[in-house]
Design a protein around this ligand. Sequence first.
Ligand code: SAM
Length: 275
Amino acid sequence: MSLLQETKLILQRYGIKPSRRLGQHFLINERVIEREIEHAELSGDDVVLEIGAGIGNLTKYLLSTGCKVVAIERDPLMVRVLKERFPGARLQIICGDATKVELPQFDKVVANLPFVISSAITFRLLKHEFKKAVLIYQKEFAQRLVAKPGTRAYSRVSVACYYFAEAKLLQRVPRGAFYPPPEVDAAMVELIPRRKRLPVDEEFFLRFLAALFPYKRKTLKRALVLAAKRLFGKGIKPVSIAGEGLLERRVFQLSPEELTQISEALRRWSTEGSE
Ligand code: SAM
């Protein structure tokens, strides 16, 4: 029986109408699942976190590698399917919202994410210690995660992701790989947390990116004034933060390294209270 037939059978048996709001698009392409598992390089010792396990199409393959799976799933009906589909397996199920529940210890993350929580869950995961994540995202979000300075997709998410991890786009995943198919294509991304992060005050840097990137097409000179108003409720003399060479560049052309230096200069300026 193909995975598509199996999926339809499970949905019918449990009377499940996949919810768009919860992003219930189940993987039915065995080749895509196998590639995702291969990239994760799982061993029997690994504890793998799966976010949004659904009816268990990916879980089934994860369990077949011998690793322990901890699955987080928000929909209680899906949780019932998981329990009945894999009795006695090395599977721990947490029923709840993955952006809120307490996360267990894990070595790797393998998931076909519900697209609406992509950003929240990615940055939540990156604040934990683990070896590797292989995740399926909406294509546009995946492109933003891995985007390089100066490109269209380069955004706040690209810089924040670069700060926490090395991100690699592994392959496109066409919408036909899911049942029911979503309205957009997807892509598989690998994230490997950095052992050594750029030297910057993390909390301030993330707030600084949020304040600066709404102006990513403006020159740094103009964007800094607007970002300072958002952050501190007052303007700033940009020359007190960066040299003319940097100030004339557009925000989206600045590398993560340059942005950490600017962030540190702005943070020092704010604590010294100078104009
Ligand atoms: N892993 C399964 C697969 O690939 O076939 C299902 C993936 S489906 C794209 C996403 C799953 O995440 C759905 O089962 C949905 O109920 C669940 N979900 C949605 N929002 C969630 C949240 N905030 N926390 C945990 N699970 C969530």
